[in-house]
Design a protein around this ligand. Structure first.
Ligand SMILES: [Zn+2]
Ligand SMILES: [Zn+2]
Length: 376
């Protein structure tokens, strides 16, 4: 790996950081990435994949395994609070999940793909819309990706709070499945003096809130968690008995099956409560993510690659509670998602002062390089 390419990747990372684009608006980001990868001579480029995404195909022209490596590139709608000279130029958004770093490290990897590629193809995917859980699903269902006959897929997420450069290998799932739920209850408003003439959903909302909290005591087969994120009921109109209510929650589990069971239990409860209080109801799911399941063989390749480079490995005993849409890739192809530590004292993902660690660019690019050697 050349020093000049590492410097270029750092520069790109900071440029992306300064000009963050949120999910589904990653046009300038994609342009910058395209310019950077093109200098390393990919054989094919697939544009506008899953929205603003890009895929670069490096083809050895010799039959072998086809390996896809993915980086995400979207930012968050959260204000960055930081003193770094390359902080976001926008007031309302920032690269606070490190997708700027994921992308820049994949660009850096593209500088050594040619020398590592002996057989098969390497496909580098730069994906948008990860934070909303939409990008990965769109990419894996794109015909142009389907036609590439992918054998393995890989990705990493940077992890603050873990030692810089430590490779974090999950037992099985990397991150949990999750979904937002909006439960809407509809009754009928009435004069506050005559509540018996209306249908007021407040008690039903109260019972649902208790249920969504108590469900955490239920023993599901796998890790499960329900978090109430909000509720809404009526207005500051003291002459009116309210007629509508809404409960918002996020549920998560290490397994897709358990998440499904939780949803079913919640839906059953909503149905029962609604019929008891004579309410109409609607249950809507928002931003569903599958669990990021890993393939054993794919994980063992990453482990071998990390050991081959003398990188320190930490085995994770349980998956991260948050979600990652790379699960859509590993549902379809053998693959693995792993973590790379960016430093013990780094602010956590999605917090206003979070920043990626540029030392990881080289580490991630080297890991992918070694991985290709292990597989091919
Ligand atoms: Zn994120
Ligand atoms: Zn992320």
């Amino acid at each position: 790996m050349k020093d000049i390419d590492i410097e270029k990747a750092k520069k790109l990372r900071r440029l992306l950081h300064e000009r963050p684009e949120i999910s589904s608006t990653e046009k300038e980001t994609a342009n910058l990435i395209k310019k950077s990868v093109m200098q390393y001579g990919p054989d094919e480029i697939i544009e506008n994949i899953g929205g603003n995404g890009l895929a670069f195909v490096f083809d050895s022209k010799i039959p072998g395994k086809n390996i896809l490596i993915r980086a995400d590139m979207d930012a968050l709608k959260v204000k960055e609070i930081s003193d770094v000279p390359y902080r976001s130029v926008y007031e309302d958004r920032g690269h606070l999940c490190g997708h700027d770093g994921h992308s820049a490290s994949l660009v850096l990897f593209s500088s050594i793909v040619r020398e590592k590629l002996k057989k098969g193809k390497i496909i580098l995917v730069f994906q948008g819309e990860e934070e909303t859980g939409k990008g990965a699903e769109k990419i894996v269902s794109d015909e142009r990706i389907k036609n590439l006959n992918i054998d393995y897929c890989f990705s990493y997420h940077n992890i603050p709070g873990e030692k810089e450069g430590r490779v974090l290998i999950p037992k099985r799932e990397f991150a949990c499945a999750s979904t937002g739920i909006i439960i809407s209850l509809k009754g009928k408003t009435s004069h506050a003096a005559y509540p018996e003439n209306g249908i007021n959903p407040s008690v039903a909302v109260g019972e649902l809130l208790i249920f969504l909290n108590d469900i955490n005591r239920k023993k599901y087969q796998d890790f499960s968690l329900s978090t109430i994120v909000g509720a809404r009921l009526g207005d500051k109109t003291f002459g009116t008995s309210c007629g509508e209510g809404e409960v918002l929650a996020t549920i998560r589990s290490s397994s897709d099956k358990t998440l499904e069971n939780m949803s079913k239990d919640i839906e059953d409860k909503v149905k029962n409560i609604s019929s008891e209080y004579n309410l109409n109801f609607n249950v809507e799911y928002i931003e569903p993510f599958p669990a990021t399941n890993n393939d054993k063989e794919a994980l063992s390749y990453v482990k071998k690659a990390a050991s081959g480079l003398d990188f320190k490995i930490k085995e994770l005993s349980e998956p991260f509670r948050w979600s990652e849409d790379f699960g859509y890739f590993t549902k379809k192809y053998k693959g693995a998602m792993i973590g790379i530590g960016i430093g013990e004292n780094k602010p956590y993902l999605h917090t206003p002062s979070y920043d990626f660690n540029d030392n990881i660019l080289e580490i991630a690019a080297k890991l992918w390089g070694q991985l290709i050697e292990e597989i091919t």
